[in-house]
Design a binder for this molecule. Sequence first.
Ligand SMILES: [Zn+2]
Ligand SMILES: [Zn+2]
Length: 746
Amino acid sequence: MEDPLALVNAKSGPTTSLVTTESAMATNLTFSQGQDQQSPTSDVNIFVAAQRGDVGLIRGLIESGRASATDRDDQNITPLHWAAINAHLPACRYLLEQGAEVDALGGDLVATPMQWAARNGYLYVIQLLIAHNADPTIADSQGYNSLHLVTHSSSIMPLLYLLHQPINVDSRDSQGHTSLMWAAYQGDGLSVELLLKHGADPNAKDDAGLSPLHWAVVRGNRMIIRKLIEKGADLTTKDAEDRTPRDMAVELKSLGAWKRALEEGGMNEYGVKRGKPLSDRNTKIAIYSLPTIFFYLIFMTLTILPWYTGMLLALAEFFGMHHIVTRVLLNNSTYTESVSTTPYFAGIISGSMIWVLFCWFTRLVQQTQSHSFTHLSFALTVGLCAYNFFRSVTLDPGTCPRPTSDGELKSIIEDLASEGRLNGQTFCIQCMARKPLRSKHCRVCDKCIARSDHHCPWVWNCVGANNHRQFVLFVTTLVVGIGLFDYLTYAFFSSITVPSSPSDISPSCLLPDELCALAAYDTFLVAVAAWATLQLSWTIVLLASQLWQIARQMTTLEVSNLGRYGYMGGRGGQSLAGQMGHRHQGHRAAGGSVALSGVDTEDTALVSGADTPGGPAVHRHAGVCAGCGSGFLMNLLGFDRFTKGRAVDGLTRANASNNPFNLGLVRNCKDFWTAGRELGVEYDKLYDIPPEGFQEAKRRREQEEDEEGLGVGGVGRKGGRKSLFMGFGLGRASGSRGGYEPVSQA
Ligand SMILES: [Zn+2]
Ligand SMILES: [Zn+2]
């Protein structure tokens, strides 16, 4: 068998080596040449000054007439090139003001200053040059335009910015590669997604007949393969040597990634859609109601059969239920993937509630009538619990608004870039929208959630600003309800005389005789009570941490991030790893990993600090990994907050004074209850922290409203009366929020 490595190199050698060694070297070469040649001849010349970003020196040279902004060194490189490649923004600005030619071609590659900046992913230099009418479509001697080069840099925000400039997303380099092919080859999932969102053609072909899908197979990144197929990439497309992407995967021994990608997209390895037995809607209904049925079977099994066979069969039934849901109804190939997108866990909760209620009606109410107050409390608690559970599931957790037009999107990007803060903290690549403070993009719900707490599979929804109160009430009433149920069950068994004849007591029972007799007397009730009590373990932990976080005005997300980044100090994700906590690294080809480490951004370096480049394929998961065994379980039980992201470290560093949202215990709780009214914010549109602080901003706004109401005669009084009237209902909310609307509307 031929070495797969040789195969790739033989096929794509020239192209891959172009970006990995040659082109990268070319930059370094010119760079060092520049320095070496200039330094000895004279210690002060404009090229060295531009490299250092020394605006004072450049100014001195130009004003004294010893140099000009349009000077070129012996490689035809201008000072603007040197300032751009070193990201010296003030120097670039000054040189442009002094008349530097914005699209000057220079260096070995005959490139513009913007191409030098694009290769390194310097967003703000690119933005400045574009503002001075730089042309992004110019190609260098290798045929790369700024879009190709910024794709090579793996920097997502500069790529986003360039995609909103007048440049063809499918423009080709000298070998016919589009930016999408480069991104697929480099394994940049976010770049691939971004390019596809901006209309890149998933079926374009390069000069060798390779499609983006072929290139994704070369990298063997299953997420990218899946994204391309979802966007309509042709699975049967053939290259010049008559190979489909699948043939290539076989040759390169990356068939595993290929199969996984297609399976996740609901297909077999040849791209044939695997059907589900029921329609989407009926699948959801079936999955939701299945636990109720199976719980009855399980509890009845325990009742009818002796305990040892009953336990085994009950376990088998539980597994059977899981099998039906994942392998039959969802037609998955594993037991854990994608169940959290279904109402399976919500079904388990409501199934448990139904059988607890059943036991209460059929046994406890009749037998323990002397505990009327406890019964009343239990009824109330169950009612509240069910209602808040329903509300948590059905309420919108706080979807953040998306721009309604391309023009609005472009102006958002332009504004953020000109403010110098276009990054993963302020902009969501998946939603293509501004990202409010404290929000998070949920991959399950596929939207940004305002003041996101966590995605909770048990309520089949995210927990965010709009349903957090209902969620906490649900968990609280759940804990209280289980407690009351256990108490009533205890009272039930105390009130009856259990026949404890030796014949009722199984000789093999491990429990003490009395307990065994109780269990034999009403196994169904004991089993339900035991199941309910089991749930106490994780619900108590969940409730305690929720209450603690509410008192500190923090979310689960912020607590788990604190250990990594400090309060709200998350870095703007520039790459897949930075943004998603997920990284595929170390392609087998040595050249490939050199390329990767060469274009590594600060973020990926941060996440993958311990990885050694060049080793065999390293597969790392950081953060939540809903697909893998123990992580899945921890996530489900809500314990992952204590294991992921060094949360313990985070808690010790949770210094309340760093939190601009912190109002103190009582008002934090009020703010939680009113979903932001105490702070006077709408979390789904909160983009900035007022410089004077939230309290001062709110006070000032209310004062302004008051003055407005008193000052302008008739209209003012009308407004005043309105707020008085509305004061009985929701008036306070709209009153305190009004300040964010234009004054004319208030
Ligand atoms: Zn988002
Ligand atoms: Zn979610």
